[in-house]
Design a protein around this ligand. Structure first.
Ligand code: UT7
Length: 328
């Protein structure tokens, strides 16, 4: 089997910060409620003229710079997103054009908050199969455009940003030991964007009046328990597959949906929170982009160094859940 690795990471978050105090000015909520229920203090909001591909361009350029590769070295661009610039063409096609990756084929993967690990899985398999040599795996979201800013149960959770990694066959760099992806379509109703697809096209006055174009979370407190269990299953699957125990893992990078979900996961795994890398306080939940942004920040701030065993894990709408074990 070819040794597939990560040779560069990059991330980007917009400059504009929206704090809980900003939100409580226009919504019946409070910093105290949001922080104690979720662990979030603030999130980033994209400029009104920016599209998801613009955020991704910044993250990708930083990843390519770290890896020392040029756009023409890339032959595969896979974008995880639920907020592409357009649904047709794919968000990845716009990104490929903006980056001038002229030799690459590009496509989107829709797996909500698990998007980045799903993309990593696809890239790893395509490189192992010999179909591609150098992949740009990226996840980016402008969640602030698809949430209903009047719906206090959900709008307080989300933020905007992008993260990327360069994946290739290599003897050096971080070694992707395995990737694991799962879905359960019967849980699709719990987190969805009901409008804009074939079920509700053409988009009508009525569908917009009903707010069907917004992201909906149904019984979010029920998906809480499911999320904890799926995170734990995915983590255990990845370590077991490679003959390790959870205790052997140095850094866990989970998708950041809610601090209490992550604490529940750590407790069930028997892992101290010190091993769990956190960004939720400053960024909230950036869906698919949360994991690669945290990964890049952990690499750049020295949390992840050569030889460390790193576990990525995510859970999201679909339902989807995933994990990857990487020897840095
Ligand atoms: O990315 C993966 C997908 N994400 C998820 O699966 C999200 C998982 N769920 C969660 O993170 C949490 O369930 C939430 C943060 C969404 C909600 O927290 P909770 O502790 O489950 O609260 P709750 O929904 O049970 O609501 C408790 C109370 C309710 O009032 P009553 O009925 O007890 O009077 C809500 O109306 O809190 C109220 N509430 C709020 N109050 C102030 C709900 N949202 C707010 C708010 N500010 N923003």
């Amino acid at each position: 089997m070819k040794r597939v690795g990560i040779i560069g990471t990059g991330s980007y978050v917009p400059e504009k910060v929206m704090t809980n105090f900003d939100i409580q000015k226009f919504l019946d909520t409070s910093d105290e409620w949001i922080y104690t229920r979720t662990g979030i203090k603030e999130r980033r909001i994209a400029d009104k003229d920016a599209a998801t591909s613009d955020l991704c361009v910044e993250a990708c350029n930083r990843a390519m710079e770290m890896a020392g590769v040029k756009p023409d070295d890339i032959d595969l661009v896979i974008l995880g997103t639920i907020t592409p610039d357009t649904h047709c063409p794919a968000g990845a096609n716009w990104l490929e054009a903006k980056l001038k990756c002229r030799k690459a084929v590009s496509f989107d993967v829709t797996a909500a908050c698990s998007g980045f690990i799903f993309c990593l899985h696809v890239a790893e398999k395509m490189i192992q199969a010999g179909a591609n040599k150098m992949a740009l795996v990226v996840a980016g979201e402008i969640m602030s455009r698809v949430v209903n800013w009047q719906e206090r149960e959900s709008c307080i959770l989300w933020g905007d940003g992008a993260g990327a990694a360069i994946i290739t066959e290599t003897d050096k760099g971080a070694h992707i030991l395995s990737t694991h992806i799962h879905t359960d379509g019967t849980g699709g109703e719990t987190l969805l964007m009901p409008g804009g697809g074939s079920k509700t096209t053409p988009i009508s006055h009525e569908s917009v009046d009903k707010g069907l174009h917004f992201l909906k979370m149904i019984e979010a407190n029920k998906s809480f328990k499911v999320a904890v269990n799926r995170f734990v299953e995915a983590c255990e699957e990845a370590v077991k597959k490679n003959g390790y125990k959870i205790d052997d893992v140095d850094v866990i990078i989970p998708h950041q949906a809610n601090l209490r979900i992550i604490q529940g996961m750590a407790k069930k795994l028997g892992t101290p929170m010190e091993k769990v890398y956190m960004t939720i306080e400053k960024y909230g939940n950036i869906s698919s982009a949360t994991v690669p942004i945290a990964l890049d920040e952990a690499v750049r701030d020295g949390t992840i160094t050569k030889g460390k065993l790193v576990l990525l894990t995510a859970f999201g709408g679909g339902l989807t859940w995933a994990s990857s074990l990487i020897k840095w």
